[in-house]
Design a binder for this molecule. Structure first.
Ligand SMILES: Cc1ncc(C[n+]2csc(CCO)c2C)c(N)n1
Length: 232
């Protein structure tokens, strides 16, 4: 079994909980509240900004041009393609994408980006990839699961979102990231592999928690002092 096959197996429990989550099932049924969709897009826009910065830190740790090109291409994908699923949600809410940008992160999203940034700052390239991998992997499998369970037609309100994540391009992202992580794991010490496993599992946990955060419209107990756009 490869290292990433092992990771997938060890985290089957969380993957299943993600597929069953009410927000995810709501996407499949075509029935998610506008409040939850809004909360999701506001947080996810900032989450993706942080995700690209993590790729940037990964670039600073690359030893070859080929690796730099890989992360550069990943940034391009987030910047130019991940906007499509967000636009699908915005159309369903009935707001422009711009209106949902620039908000401070609720506690769980804040936790998730700091978890990734921690591994980016203090870890090896393998540890960074392990922290990032659950992001495309869980979404690709959510896309696949929802197609299997609901077989959405183009008229389905979240058809674009579901097909975007179930597409070959996201599957390829997962396959290539797994191949890269497997190569790094082959030469990693036991201690490093333990760190990779912990980073991966926590990111899986935080993927579930991100859906829950959006579904419950999670907020800080008081917004004072946590807003990036706070007026003095
Ligand atoms: C919380 C959260 N987790 C995962 C994704 C999906 N996603 C984000 S970046 C990326 C491509 C990785 O190179 C993918 C598939 C999301 N939008 N929000």
């Amino acid at each position: 079994m490869t290292f990433t096959e092992e990771l997938r197996k060890e985290n089957e429990d969380i993957f299943s909980l993600i597929f069953e989550h009410q927000f995810v099932q709501g996407i499949g049924r075509g029935d998610v509240s506008k409040e939850a969709l809004t909360h999701y897009v506001k947080a996810d826009y900032e989450y993706l900004n942080a995700f690209m910065k993590v790729y940037g830190i990964a670039i600073s740790k690359c030893a070859s041009r080929e690796d730099i090109a890989y992360f550069n291409q990943r940034i391009d994908f987030v910047l130019n393609s991940e906007i499509h699923p967000h636009n699908n949600f915005c159309e369903q809410i009935g707001v422009s994408y711009e209106e949902l940008q620039g908000f401070s992160l609720p506690p769980t999203a804040d936790h998730y980006i700091k978890h990734m940034l921690y591994h980016a700052q203090s870890g090896t390239l393998g540890e960074i990839l392990a922290a990032l991998l659950p992001c495309p992997w869980t979404y690709f499998e959510i896309g696949e699961e929802l197609i299997k369970q609901y077989d959405p037609s183009p008229e389905h309100p979240f058809y674009q979102w579901i097909s975007f994540y179930a597409e070959r391009r996201v599957e390829d992202t997962v396959v290539v990231m797994c191949e890269r992580l497997d190569k790094l794991a082959e030469v990693a010490s036991q201690e490093e592999k333990t760190k990779m496993k912990e980073a991966f599992r926590k990111s899986c946990q935080l993927e579930w928690a991100f859906w829950e955060m959006a579904f419950t419209c999670e907020e800080w107990i008081t917004k004072k002092g946590v807003s990036v756009n706070e007026k003095p």
